[in-house]
Design a protein around this ligand. Structure first.
Ligand code: ATP
Ligand code: MG
Length: 269
């Protein structure tokens, strides 16, 4: 089983959309996949999938009698793919419990996340895709610690680049995971770029940002995804690539999935 966390320095870079769409694409390829919401401070997956649940990962962190089975919602029947989601609670009281947790509870929470990981692995899951809160929240760091790879999502924006750089230098350097940088919501001169392919002028702009990231963070950008009006217009009402599999955004997610799969399971040389 492989675990991939989506994380960012700033909010609103696209972690929730990219993680949900990637989990869907992996499940469409036949991989048994869990989308795990560790964004306890601003959970969005219930809205994105139009599902309301009572028992969530928040409960699992506080109640030793709960297990993965109690919190996983199956989408196997609804979408005919092996996709499962473990939601974070949107109940403000339960969100507050996480924020106010003392050191002992944080240690218990990490232990229960590790137990959940082992349980998912024993149940034959292939992938766990984690959505996290931006910045250096403890719960996000827990998600990063248990991951094999991190998708670090940022916008082509100097604030974002400067903050991400310090996070990479001070936090990521301590972690033992493979890092994939994703530039998302890139605003091109021609909007939207035809069929998702950059014009020559826009390509130069994107390459400049990719080079800055390479120079300043010593990390390669795995993909640069344009800001698509259709994605923004959808208003976070659905998992986009399920509804619009032929749209260029969905093709970018497909390419991302292939690159991640190649990184985990390189073809024999
Ligand atoms: N490639 C894209 N093109 C256009 N809009 C996008 C794209 N990716 C994400 N968005 C939009 O950007 C907004 C923020 O996305 P999302 O909620 O996934 O970000 P986030 O990083 O999870 O935010 P937070 O840090 O608050 O959890 C949403 O309105 C979403 O529709
Ligand atoms: Mg989010």
């Amino acid at each position: 089983m492989k675990i991939i966390a989506f994380h960012s320095y700033k909010g609103g870079t696209g972690k929730t959309h990219l993680s949900a769409n990637l989990a869907t694409v992996l499940a469409q390829k036949g991989y048994k996949t869990v989308l795990l919401d560790l964004d306890f401070r601003g959970p969005n997956l219930q809205t994105l999938t139009g599902i309301e649940t009572k028992i969530t990962i928040n409960d699992l962190l506080f109640d030793p009698d709960l297990s993965g089975e109690d919190i996983l919602i199956s989408f196997e029947e609804k979408y005919n793919i092996p996709l499962f989601i473990a939601y974070a609670s949107t109940d403000f009281r339960k969100m507050g419990d996480i924020v106010r947790a003392d050191k002992k509870q944080r240690q218990r929470s990490l232990k229960r996340i590790l137990r959940l990981r082992d349980e998912l692995s024993e149940s034959g899951f292939d992938f766990v895709i984690i959505d996290t809160s931006p910045g250096v929240q403890m719960e996000s760091i827990d998600g990063l610690v248990i991951s094999d790879a991190t998708c670090l999502v940022l916008k082509a924006d100097d604030f974002d680049i400067a903050g991400t750089k310090s996070m990479v230098n001070q936090l990521y350097s301590l972690l033992d995971s493979k890092n994939y940088v994703i530039l998302n919501r890139v605003v091109a001169e021609t909007c939207p770029p035809e069929a998702g392919v950059w014009s020559e002028k826009d390509m130069k702009l994107v390459e400049k940002f990719e080079q800055t990231i390479k120079d300043e963070m010593r990390l390669e950008v795995v993909t640069s995804i344009p800001c698509f009006c259709e994605v923004a217009r959808e208003g976070s009402r659905s998992i986009f690539s399920l509804k619009h599999p032929e749209h260029p955004f969905s093709k970018y997610i497909e390419t991302l999935a292939e690159k991640l799969l190649e990184g985990f399971f390189p073809p024999p040389s």
